[in-house]
Unconditional design. Structure first.
Length: 241
């Protein structure tokens, strides 16, 4: 991501924080399960994101058609499970169902575009943030976040996570087990990681061929070097000249 885009993302976050400092360091951040990033997880995350997040958040840099070319999803599946906002264009970026005017009215500021959020803040931050909501009746939405105090975003994953007090006490359990909740969050993070760098799977596919080409070139270069220097090594007298 260019420096301009990165600072643009961070500027939106800072504006939304209204002067509140994000509380995060390497010791407090959680890590997704090992091996969480793969095509099935990204596909699952895309479906979950469309159902729970795309009402408010855009991923404008990712066209729907990339899900077919990069992940192998069928157009019918994309249209059914991912293109949930009415009027979505298969060849355009993922736009939210909520308008900018509605977002400003309900949240004060439009929710940020998440196209490059993982590249700006990191996988561990997003994974931890989505699991750090707690019930706070003093907030307009009824929710607060340990990593992002006074955040405007409500806990849209509450049906999975349940309702938790600030001290960690479970006030109401979620509809799924903690393990399932953590896996679904990891899938959403996997999708956002892919969205921030859609060429990642293509690079992984081409990587072995590129390395093979470099090895072949190295062998050819070594053989040429031996050929060029053969006369010098075979005739020490030439080196004196």
């Amino acid at each position: 991501m260019s420096m301009i885009k990165k600072w643009g993302v961070l500027a939106v976050l800072v504006a939304g924080m209204a002067g509140v400092t994000v509380r995060a360091n390497a010791d407090t951040l959680l890590s997704p399960p090992s091996g969480y990033f793969n095509k099935p997880a990204v596909i699952a995350g895309a479906k979950l994101f469309a159902k729970h997040c795309s009402t408010c958040h855009a991923v404008s840099s990712l066209r729907y058609e990339r899900l077919a070319s990069d992940l192998g999803m069928s157009k019918a599946s994309i249209e059914k499970d991912v293109m949930l906002p009415n009027g979505a264009n298969y060849r355009m970026g993922m736009e939210p169902a909520m308008t900018q005017a509605e977002a400003k009215k309900w949240f004060g500021l439009p929710p940020p575009d998440l196209s490059h959020m993982v590249r700006a803040l990191g996988v561990r931050f997003i994974y931890s943030y989505l699991q750090s909501f707690y019930w706070d009746p003093n907030r307009p939405s009824g929710w607060n976040n340990h990593l992002f105090p006074k955040v405007a975003m409500p806990n849209v994953l509450q049906p999975w996570s349940g309702i938790v007090a600030k001290n960690g006490q479970v006030m109401q359990p979620g509809r799924v087990t903690p393990a399932v909740f953590h896996q679904r969050v990891a899938d959403i993070v996997a999708f956002l990681r892919y969205a921030s760098d859609p060429s990642v799977f293509i690079r992984h596919k081409l990587g072995p061929y590129v390395l093979g080409l470099l090895v072949a070139f190295s062998l050819i270069a070594y053989w040429l070097k031996k050929e060029y220097w053969k006369d010098v090594h075979d005739n020490p007298s030439k080196r004196k000249k």
